[in-house]
Design a protein around this ligand. Sequence first.
Ligand code: DAH
Length: 382
Amino acid sequence: MNIQEKTRKTLAELGVNDAQGVESLFAELRKTAEQERAELVSRPASDQLHRERLCRSLRDRWLARKGGFLSQVDENWLKTAGKELKPVAGRQFNELRRFAACMEFEKLVEAVPLQPEPLQQTNLSPASDAGRVVPGDLTLPGLRRPLGSIHPITRMQREIEEIFLRLGFWIEGGPEIESTYYNFDALNIPESHPTRDDWDTFYIDAKTVLRTHTSPVQIRAMEKYGPPLYIIIPGKCYRHDNPDATHYPMFHQIEGLAIDEDITFADLKGTLDFFAKMLFGEKVRTRFQPSFFPFTEPSGEVAVSCFVCGGQGCRVCKESGWIELMGCGMVHPEVLRNGGIDPDKYSGWAFGLGVDRFAMVKHDINDIQLLFQGDVRFLEQF
Ligand code: DAH
């Protein structure tokens, strides 16, 4: 029995009598939807009307009030489900509806390729005689390319940059291929020190790595400009991690660094508290806990009270009421010295945060890999 036939029968008729059975039935249906969508966008349509018709028929098949899969499922699986199966069937049905909405049948039209246009429809001939008008119907509409959108990580990065730009910081960059000196030694992470393991990365040769954090740009900026210094450093970083829901071998950080005379921990707390309120709303509170980083002393971790539940505990904050934001601390005197700055005259604070994590928390994205797979169905939502 194919899935279409199954949607015309009740759960009892299908012999489904436990939650697992219901879930696999719905999974089968979602898989079918994906397959049909993939099939649709893999075959070129002959013209605009044709592709609109193809899309409409797919949409009707799934969403038509009368006889569409979703309404069949509603009638036959959901309404007739027994007491114990109702909750799971209801949940699955909602998920299916969200899923169907994500398929965005209207937008699909743009995704269906068109057969190459016959020559007389192109108004201009190739570059060699550019500008020469070839006989043909000049009133034909041009090809319209679908517009993309700003990637959620870029968007997050810009939001964070805005806040610090308003505070008078400027934006600095540095190389992604970095020497072990800047990536480790200058930051007080000597060779053979066990803490180097925390930043394990890809080596190009014994003295060159893909940078593991944006912190090396702290030293580069100190050398380049000297004090006073108020900068943030956004950029890509790399680690020797296997990809899973929370890890990816490439990710994004923003580093912050403030160096001046008489900079204290109070400046650090005040600035980061202001930053959290600007980004997550006036109501959030910040929490500073002691931590360890070789390049700061003292070091801390900053958390913000959950902006979704207000600190009561929810899915986003994993019931803790707090969301970890970043590592921070007062720049270690040795690090200042390595950057050519006199620690007796100047002091500073620094922080490092993960942009990808920020975007995931903000948009409730549960798998970091989604951010880098380039799937338009995911990216279109932002
Ligand atoms: N570089 C650290 C990391 O990647 C993050 C960090 C922590 C940066 C504290 C800092 C800092 O500037 O002060 O794990």
